[in-house]
Design a protein around this ligand. Structure first.
Ligand code: AGP
Length: 604
């Protein structure tokens, strides 16, 4: 899942490309490159390994032009290196290409069509640019050579931008599964994986659909579908304040995004609550109310927010709910009940695994769908029947924080809305305004007392190889999320575990000094969790308790403010987010851009 950009018609194309890549760095940051053409026979290719700053340092002042393409990479085929960095070019140096996605049948195509061709890289992408070159050498025009090449790609995901040195004022663009937008300007046009990349030059964008091929010049955008038919489409405005994607005085985006959570709670309260009643599209609430069963689909942190959602819909709306791992369910053979409805949780709205399930839900199971996402106009938002946005503001750090709490907050409101129509006591009893205000205040208390958490991280997580989070019920759901946070940025082998399950095997991993963090916010299971923590303590573990006020006992290290038990995940998780943040700082790793990861996973 890389980030790609293209510019046509701006004399400062080089800086627009580099700035765009910086905004897309969350999508992959192991190598990058640009190709810029001066429209006078002179052109420039610059590639570098590592982050965009390395590329920027290699770009000399003479690298100028008005048409160009750029790429920041998350390696799929071929190690991170200058050779494997994009743009890739044809062996005769005529064509240049950037790509986001995976060409599944690249080896077969290379074998069939490109014997004897000299390859610079190990990538699947280079096969595509060599094929375009081959077919154009066989006499096809560039658009036809591009189309012929695309027609040979099987089950592949791609967002392409191609340049031809013999027609340097044209960008050839194509998309299938991977996200791609056209940015419209006066006397210029741009191409980007995400609108964030080009918000400095335009706020008007054209969405592209799968299998579309587009020709972009500085004054014109021609969209054609798979059969070559001309497509016209109305542009949409993106109203994101580019400054919102700036980290300001914060050392890292993750800390900024953790601190923003109380404000996000109040924003959600303001948008989706009216006079203490949830306020959503009536058609959506009707579909959710009539649903005989809900399927919540997500990956990583979004899957974890779904686990909390299951408990909310079953408690507040009495609707049977199943939570599924997107990448597993995408190729599963489930029995989908009549009257089922699918809810997709996705911060980016671009996760390929989740989209694969959405395609089946729409075309095969023909059930109503809802996407809850942080990116308006994202693929999952556009392709679902309904979309609800998280209002969390751009989330740049790879480790998701405010999107997780925002997803749960929206689930609370949707489940309550359905429960009140179905006359469910639990839904009628909850004072939403009061709970949202108290929860925002409780989150504020936790972030204001972050020094205490920093100290505990210093004492327990600076050197450890592994760690455990344990809890029961909603606390177990949070333990899965807080352990993922710790794992993905500090590289500590952390596991979230059902407290009662530990004694059935995993407790064998507990040895002297193993950090075990207990989460205790649910009264019904508090004593059980404490017994389980006692069991690991007596085997030498370093036990740290995160406990809700009112359930606390002497010796508990982290006491958090008390709100309604169903809202407690929104407070307890913040402790775990900060724990991960400080453990990572202590170990000297990059908090926002952890190794091997990317923010938006657009390949399966
Ligand atoms: C979480 O911190 C990770 N970045 C990752 O697990 C993420 O939650 C997952 O890739 C799903 O992304 P999405 O919410 O954008 O679909």
């Amino acid at each position: 899942m890389c980030g790609i950009v293209g510019v046509n018609g701006l004399n400062n194309a080089t800086s627009v490309l580099v700035n765009g890549l910086k905004k897309l760095e969350y999508r992959g940051y192991d190598s990058a490159g640009i190709y810029v053409n001066e429209q006078n026979g002179k052109d420039h290719l610059v590639k570098a390994q590592g982050k965009i700053i390395n590329l920027e340092n290699k770009i000399t002042d003479d690298v100028q032009g008005s048409v160009g393409i750029g790429h920041t990479r998350w390696a799929t085929h071929g190690i991170p290196s200058v050779e494997n960095a994009h743009p890739h070019f044809s062996q005769d140096d005529r064509f240049y290409l950037v790509h986001n996605g995976v060409i599944e049948n690249y080896l077969e195509l290379r074998e069939t069509y490109l014997k004897g061709v000299h390859f610079e890289s190990e990538t699947d992408t280079e096969v595509v640019v060599q094929l375009v070159d081959k077919f154009s050498n066989n006499g096809l025009s560039t658009p036809d050579a591009f189309r012929k090449t695309i027609s040979l790609l099987k089950n592949s995901s791609y967002a392409f931008i191609l340049m031809d040195r013999e027609q340097p004022d044209v960008l050839y663009v194509a998309k299938n599964k991977s996200p791609l937008l056209i940015g419209l300007g006066s006397d210029f046009n741009v191409v980007c994986s995400d609108a964030l990349a080009m918000l400095d030059v335009t706020d008007s964008f054209l969405e592209l659909h799968d299998k579309e091929v587009v020709t972009v010049t500085k004054n014109d955008v021609k969209i054609e579908n798979e059969n070559g038919e001309k497509i016209t489409r109305k542009p949409f405005k993106v109203n994101i304040d580019p400054a919102a994607a700036d980290k300001g005085a914060y050392p890292y985006y993750m800390l900024k995004e953790i601190d923003e959570q109380p404000a996000v709670m109040r924003r959600i309260q303001g948008k989706y609550l009216d006079n203490n009643e949830p306020k959503f599209d009536a058609k959506l609430i009707k579909q959710l109310t009539y649903a005989t069963k809900l399927y919540i689909v997500g990956a990583g942190t979004s899957y974890h927010a779904g686990l909390v959602g299951k408990k909310l819909f079953e408690k507040l709306a009495k609707t049977p709910t199943e939570v599924v791992v997107a990448s597993e369910f995408a190729y599963d053979d489930p029995i989908i009940e009549d009257g089922a409805m699918f809810i997709f949780l996705s911060q980016s709205g671009e996760t390929a695994d989740s989209r694969q399930v959405l395609v089946r839900a729409t075309n095969e199971w023909k059930v109503p769908t809802l996407t809850i996402t942080n990116v308006d106009n994202s693929t999952l938002a556009r392709e679902a029947d309904n979309a609800v946005t998280l209002e969390a503001g751009p989330e740049i750090a790879v480790a998701s924080t405010k999107a997780y709490t925002a997803q749960i907050a929206v689930e609370v409101l949707l489940a309550t809305a359905v429960g009140r129509i179905k006359d469910i006591a639990a839904a009628k009893e909850i004072d939403l305004n009061e709970q949202f205000s108290q929860t925002a205040n409780a989150m504020q208390v936790v972030v204001d007392e972050k020094d205490q958490i920093q100290k505990i991280a210093e004492d327990n997580l600076a050197k450890t190889r592994n760690a455990f989070y344990i809890g029961r019920g909603l606390d177990y759901n949070v333990a899965l999320e807080t352990s993922l946070k710790l794992k993905e940025i500090s590289y500590i082998q952390a596991e979230g575990f059902a407290a009662g399950e530990l004694k059935h095997g995993t407790i064998a991993l507990i040895e002297k000094g193993t950090p075990v963090i207990g989460i205790i916010t649910q009264a019904a299971t508090a004593d059980n969790s404490r017994s389980n923590l006692q069991e690991v303590l007596s085997r030498g573990a370093n036990v740290i308790n995160i406990v809700r006020e009112g359930l606390a006992k002497d010796g508990d290290q982290i006491i958090i403010p008390s709100v309604d038990e169903i809202m407690m995940p929104l407070v307890s998780v913040v402790v775990g987010q900060l724990m991960a943040y400080y453990a990572t700082l202590l170990r000297g790793y990059n908090v926002d851009q952890p190794r091997n990861l990317a923010k938006s996973v657009t390949v399966e």
